[in-house]
Write a protein that binds this ligand. Structure first.
Ligand code: FEO
Ligand code: CA
Ligand code: CA
Ligand code: CA
Length: 647
């Protein structure tokens, strides 16, 4: 049962028990169903089709929370729902045209050319950059969105369910899928309380697997980054599996490459000179995506170094549609879930990033130099110099940030680390040698703007055995996940030292149903609706309250993924409340508030990702509910009907 929360995107590769790739893919595809092939129609029939009581499914508030919305009831449904008094507006959907001459969405006859000019698939990270640049305008801005991966079975007619669909793709399907990856930048605005996107915004942009990019930092030009196509090791086409993300104080985007391993495969995974390094990143002989049959760069035997050119944090300027994105190798190569900045008292900037894999680590990069608030261009290469650290959590509540610096401790030539380039390319192995703490899949990490504390979403880890628990990951078979709270020196004052090598830590909440799931931990007044499972993304409103989005709530618990809010201080601390419930099969990403807190944007990813779901018979047709049309990953805007601040 635990394995129904396994995602193909999160196959463990730090030595720990795990199944075959086939079992893991099946587990992912059935994570919400425990159902056989063809069962999606049955699931759809069992789910309420009408809007599930958007205004009558609420419960009165109990407990001392500062949050005033009436709590939503837990439910599984084809449609989504939000707390009473709020409105869901669908802002942009997979396939919506966003570049000049983009054709209208036609899922029966999709082409790669069309897709490259339309909003991509599986929106995850989203951000709002006010327009004009440098303002804090709450009504007009650039929506920046990652397109993490593709659900082949739900995108194309006639291919069947997940695993068989991926085996049946043609070269054209693969090209469409690659065009559906990457990012979208779209101008959006709010007028008379309604959000809309501009299909011909001057700054609109699509970034795909064909977009030219630069590689900088300690691994740029490294022999292991060179290929026949790029003998310099400094240029690469595209970005892959962009999950969460972040931004910088100077107004650029950080988009994070997560499960890049799934796309590469070949015999070299088991026998070649890099086999051990591939293994540590979960690159297997049989890739999950079949693109290597048509594109040699995804075939390890043809292009063994190509996977070393993915797994990075990529920076670009959203305000310049011509800007060349840069892979910043100083931040290390791993499955970056996201990347969140925090400014230190001396002006240096810390970037927190989780490596989302069972038993992998939490990292922090600190720039060598302070950022310059007066000269945007002066910050252009700030991310190329600094110190990468990995977290070690101790039982007495101490957190030590261990520097990943070539020559330090075991990071020596004897262990294969001749340069800092070697260290960042194999950041995971370097962190293994330093004795970092193996975590329960670190997803989003965010800093609370009010109290300066840092919150780490640990989504789950069903593989952890009783003998493998540690103080920061105390539950074996942790199917519901937890949230760790880090308290850097100076937290609660105006001078929070995010660069310090020592901090304090504790557990903020632990998921699952209180009284049912051992170790579930919340405020004692938690309601029957407020408990959550599998925290993934998070954001803070300007009052410092945490908003947690979930991914992977087991269907057997009768709970959909959703968005929950809680105070982080005061009498309502850790009293989570359900605000939004996702449609069947979907996880909730983002979230992102406008600067005035009057809108929260959410990216609703993989609606209909249920066992047996197909293009023809999906478990939901959210958000269009048009007969014959597939579900569409979409970004929604939630506003209060009276126009007030959310929460
Ligand atoms: Fe793409 Fe770790 O979620
Ligand atoms: Ca995630
Ligand atoms: Ca976030
Ligand atoms: Ca996730």
């Amino acid at each position: 049962m635990q394995d129904d929360t396994t995602e193909i995107e999160d196959i463990g590769s730090n030595p720990a028990p795990r199944g075959t790739i086939g079992e893991l893919i099946e587990a992912r595809l059935s994570r919400r169903g425990l159902l056989g092939t063809g069962a999606a129609a049955a699931l759809a029939a069992a789910l309420p089709t009408a809007a599930p009581a958007q205004d009558s499914g609420n419960t009165p508030n109990g407990g001392p929370s500062s949050l005033t919305f009436p709590e939503l009831r837990h439910q599984l449904a084809q449609r989504d729902a939000v707390a009473e008094g709020h409105e869901i507006q669908v802002l942009i959907r997979w396939g919506d045209p966003i570049l000049p001459d983009a054709p209208e969405f036609d899922p029966q006859h999709q082409t790669a050319e069309a897709q490259a000019r339309q909003f991509g698939y599986n929106n995850d990270y989203l951000d709002f950059f006010p327009l004009p640049q440098g303002s804090r305008h709450p009504d007009r801005g650039l929506l920046v969105v990652n397109h993490e991966y593709t659900n082949t079975n739900l995108m194309f007619p006639g291919l069947g369910t997940g695993r068989e669909a991926r085996a049946r793709i043609t070269a054209e399907h693969g090209a469409i899928e690659r065009a559906a990856h990457g990012l979208s930048v779209v101008e959006v605005r709010r007028e008379n309380g309604r959000w809309s996107h501009s299909r011909d915004g001057r700054l609109n942009r699509r970034i795909t697997l064909e977009t030219p990019m630069r590689i900088s930092g300690p691994a740029a030009g490294h022999a292991r980054l060179r290929t026949e196509e790029d003998p310099t090791g400094t240029r690469v086409r595209g970005t892959l599996n962009n999950c969460a993300g972040g931004n910088t104080p100077w107004g650029t985007v950080l988009t994070c490459e997560e499960n890049f391993n799934l796309y590469f495969g070949g015999a070299a995974a088991e026998a070649g000179p890099q086999a051990e390094a591939y293994r540590r990143y979960g690159i297997l002989k049989e890739p999950v995506y079949g693109w290597g049959r048509f594109e040699p760069r995804f075939d390890l035997d043809a292009t063994p170094n190509e996977p070393n050119r993915f797994g990075w944090v990529v920076e670009f300027d959203p305000y310049d549609p011509e800007s060349v994105p840069v892979k910043r190798t100083a931040l290390g190569r791993f499955k970056h879930e996201g990347c969140t900045h925090a400014v230190c008292p001396d002006g240096r900037v810390a970037f927190y990033s989780g490596d989302d894999e069972r038993f992998d680590y939490l990292y922090k990069f600190v720039t060598a130099r302070p950022w310059n608030p007066r000269d945007r261009a002066a910050n252009r290469d700030l991310l190329d110099e600094g110190t990468l650290h990995v977290a070690k959590f101790e039982a007495d509540g101490t957190l030590r940030w261990l520097p990943l610096v070539q020559g330090g401790g075991p990071l020596t030539p004897e262990n294969g680390f001749h340069t800092q380039g070697d260290v960042v390319i194999e950041a995971r192995r370097a962190a293994d040698l330093l004795g970092a703490t193996p975590m329960d899949r670190p997803e989003d990490v965010e800093t609370n703007p009010v109290n300066g504390r840092v919150y780490v979403m640990l989504t789950n880890n069903s593989s952890r055995k009783p003998e493998q628990v540690n103080p920061a990951n105390p539950r074996p078979a942790n199917i519901h996940g937890h949230v760790v709270e880090i308290i850097p020196p100076g937290a609660g004052t105006a001078r929070v030292d995010h660069a310090a090598e020592v901090a304090r830590w504790g557990i903020f909440i632990a998921g699952g149903k209180p009284g049912i799931d051992p170790g579930a931990q919340y405020h004692r007044a938690i309601s029957n609706e407020g408990w959550l499972s599998c925290p993934d993304n998070c954001a803070f409103d300007s009052k410092g309250r945490i908003w947690i989005a979930t991914d992977g709530a087991p269907i057997t618990s009768g709970v959909a993924d959703g968005l929950y809010a809680a105070d982080t201080a005061g009498p309502g601390r850790a009293l989570t409340r359900l605000f939004y419930q996702a449609p069947s099969g979907a996880e909730v990403c983002g979230p992102k508030f406008t600067p005035d807190d009057r809108t929260v944007f959410l990216a609703i990813q993989h609606p209909g990702e249920d066992a047996g779901s197909t293009f023809e018979q999906p478990s939901t047709r959210w958000p269009d509910f048009r007969e014959g049309a597939p579900p569409r990953p979409s970004v929604i805007a939630i506003v209060r009907k009276d126009g007030g601040a959310i929460g």
